[in-house]
Design a protein around this ligand. Structure first.
Ligand SMILES: [Zn+2]
Length: 254
């Protein structure tokens, strides 16, 4: 029975590790997309900015073409002024000259406003480019850390399966069945240490008689409250092996 309890403790420890590796693997994709949020927002801002600059550039070219057209019209108008045959015609040509001048002023104002806007947009670009560059470096290093962690967890999980098979094979089938059922119903934690008369998982006290029985470490008992398989870690058979004292020569240079 001593050996069964030791194997159960080892199996639980391994299953807890496997569960934590699987949590890391399961949470990986979500972590990655969370991590990408800031960079995605900056990239979208840059796309919007570029689109605004492109449409402003198009508008600027249109206004410039209109200005060039007005220059031509102004030249034609001036020729007409010289060739006017009478006062009436002359006044009409002058009226047209005034209209052309108004349009030139209006185009120029539009063009100036547009160029100011474009300058502001252009000024935002270097900051945004820098922010994207910095965020990309940050994202890639953190992404690599997450990807590495996920890969290592997957490998560790795979590597642990042989050890798990060895441990489960060392358990009598009824004990393994009991372990599996309790683990399934108790969030993966099938066994519990009892110290100072208290179940260390559900935190409730076990009756003194049961605790006395448990300290003998000669049969499998359950916590009356949470039904987990309990053990007393104070028993000499269950104490973890003493740690090998560190080599003092290694400490000397810190
Ligand atoms: Zn309990």
């Amino acid at each position: 029975m001593k050996e069964v309890i030791r194997v159960l403790i080892a199996l639980q420890r391994l299953d807890n590790q496997i569960a934590s590796w699987r949590t890391i693997v399961a949470e990986g994709p979500d972590k990655l997309s969370q991590l990408r949020l800031k960079l995605t927002a900056l990239e979208e801002e840059m796309t919007t900015l570029s689109a605004q600059l492109a449409s402003s550039g198009q508008k600027k070219r249109e206004l410039e073409a209109e200005s060039a057209d007005l220059v031509d019209r102004k030249a034609i108008n001036q020729t007409r002024q010289l060739k006017a045959k009478n006062n009436e015609e002359y006044r009409a040509v002058l009226k047209e000259a005034e209209a052309i001048l108004n349009q030139v002023t209006s185009r120029d104002n539009e063009l100036l406003t547009l160029m100011e806007e474009m300058e502001k947009l252009e000024a935002r670009k270097p900051d945004l480019e820098k922010a994207i560059q910095e965020e990309t470096i940050l994202y890639e290093s953190q992404r690599n850390a997450i990807v590495t962690q996920v890969e290592e967890s997957q490998k560790a999980d795979e590597a642990a399966q042989a050890e798990r098979a060895r441990l489960t094979a060392a358990l009598p089938p009824d004990v393994l069945g009991r372990y599996n059922i309790v683990a399934r119903n108790r969030d993966g934690q099938a066994i519990a240490a009892v110290s100072d008369g208290q179940c260390q998982v559900c935190r409730l006290s076990v009756p003194p008689q049961l605790f006395n029985e448990l300290q003998k470490n000669d049969r499998l008992l359950s916590c009356p409250n949470c039904a987990r398989i309990i053990y007393w870690p104070g028993h000499p058979d269950l104490k973890p092996p003493e740690e090998t004292p560190a080599d003092p020569s290694l400490k000397a240079h810190g």
